[in-house]
Ligand binder design. Sequence first.
Ligand SMILES: [Zn+2]
Length: 347
Amino acid sequence: MKLAEILEKLSNACGVAGREEEVRSLMKTFLKPYVDEVEEDKLGNVIGIRKGKKNAPKVMLAGHMDEIGLLVKTISKEGFLQFAKIGGIDDRILLAQNVIVHAENGPLHGVIGSKPPHIQKEDERKKVLAYDELFIDIGAATYEEAKKMGVKIGDPIEFDVRFAKIGKSVVIGKAFDDRAGCAVIVEAMKYLEKTECTVYAVGTVQEEVGGRGARTSAFGIYPDVGIALDVTVAGDVPGVREVEAPIKMRKGPSLTVADYGLITHPKVLRLLIDTAEENKIPYQLEAGLPGGTDASPISLTREGVPSGTTSIPTRYIHSPSSVLSLEDTENTVKMIVAAIHKIPKYF
Ligand SMILES: [Zn+2]
């Protein structure tokens, strides 16, 4: 299967944080042909292990399987669903979105509604509606009907967005944060026959709520080097100043120098930069982005793990649809594969 197809399947799957089962089962299937073992740990992280030479460094690649989304919070007596947010979601993007509620009897289509603008007061129309003023209409007439449709408190809700190609080597879809990282890991594992390292390809759970899966899986693996594969804000859209978001789509993977959760270990950064330059892979350096990745909890495992993040520049992260370049994604694969081959020289 080609990288774009892998990304498509992962992007269309639902994996609201804590409910990653669809993505988990895809990751197991995708990793299986390229690893010696696939394990699932107690929290639900998927760990594909490709055994290398004895005493060679252990490398952990982490891509988070979870996505931002919503959960059913209450069901009104008129059959509307009120919801809680999981992960960082801006209230401004919620209104009028189509969603899928993953209820017990199967998926239910719905839309996020509000009091119609026609009857809103002047000042109401100017302000952003907070998420708790919104509701999901699933077509139920009463509380009882919603219950009969299988809805219960806590059911995960995903944005109803399907993957599509929209430009030359450009795709649009849901949850590229971080299905793009997961796809890169799967693809990279195809090209690692010759590495001396033992590679742990990990699909982590619950990153969007605080890097929880990376924390426990890294504790179990205790790697010598950790690399998170994630996406980062591509600022090459109208209205963004260079200083706010200097990373651009189509300019190659972004190497984090420091973000709010991690100062990349100098040896890891050196390894990645040397790899890019020797292999003529375009790359961008990124510093100071608010937020962090799985590399942060990995780096603080036990006595510490030299760690870094390689990201695919992605537009409109943490909204229902994001956009990225397949070329950047392929270059991220190249970078990771080449870097892993070099790791024994650096660690
Ligand atoms: Zn992410």
